[in-house]
Design a binder for this molecule. Structure first.
Ligand code: SF4
Length: 128
């Protein structure tokens, strides 16, 4: 009669499973924290409907899928503003008619400075 050592199940014991559960909880906390932080940053594009010629450059270009085609108006719309990457301004260059606006980098810096000041008071955000 031969005995086999169950290597796989031994590795996947209670400690490993507990470790994976703790890791998943930490990831969830980090995602919630980042989502809360992103919601505090007013950085996203707006589209001037009068200037937009609906050529879909923004919809096709944005790597974060901020824009979507609006079949009701026949124009692009800012469908997911919080997906916009704070500090990014690439779509300004892609739009030939200049229909897209974003906060300026100076406005962004001023807002981040204010946010860090608030964080120091509440200790809820790390300093950058
Ligand atoms: S600024 Fe960047 S991330 Fe934001 S909508 Fe424009 S291309 Fe997308």
């Amino acid at each position: 009669m031969s005995w086999r050592i169950p290597i796989g199940p031994a590795i996947e014991g209670p400690a490993a499973i507990t470790g994976r559960v703790i890791h998943a909880i930490i990831e969830q906390i980090e995602m919630t924290y980042l989502k809360d932080l992103r919601e505090k940053i007013p950085w996203f594009p707006t589209i001037d409907a009068g200037e937009c010629r609906a050529d879909l450059q923004c919809v096709n270009f944005c790597p974060h899928d901020v824009f979507e085609w609006n079949p009701r108006t026949g124009r692009p719309m800012v469908a997911h503003p919080l997906r916009c990457l704070p500090g990014c301004q690439i779509c300004l260059e892609m739009c030939d008619t200049g229909a897209i606006s974003l906060p300026t980098k100076e406005q962004f810096r001023a807002y981040m400075k204010k946010l860090r000041g608030t964080a120091k008071k509440t200790q809820s955000l790390p300093t950058l």
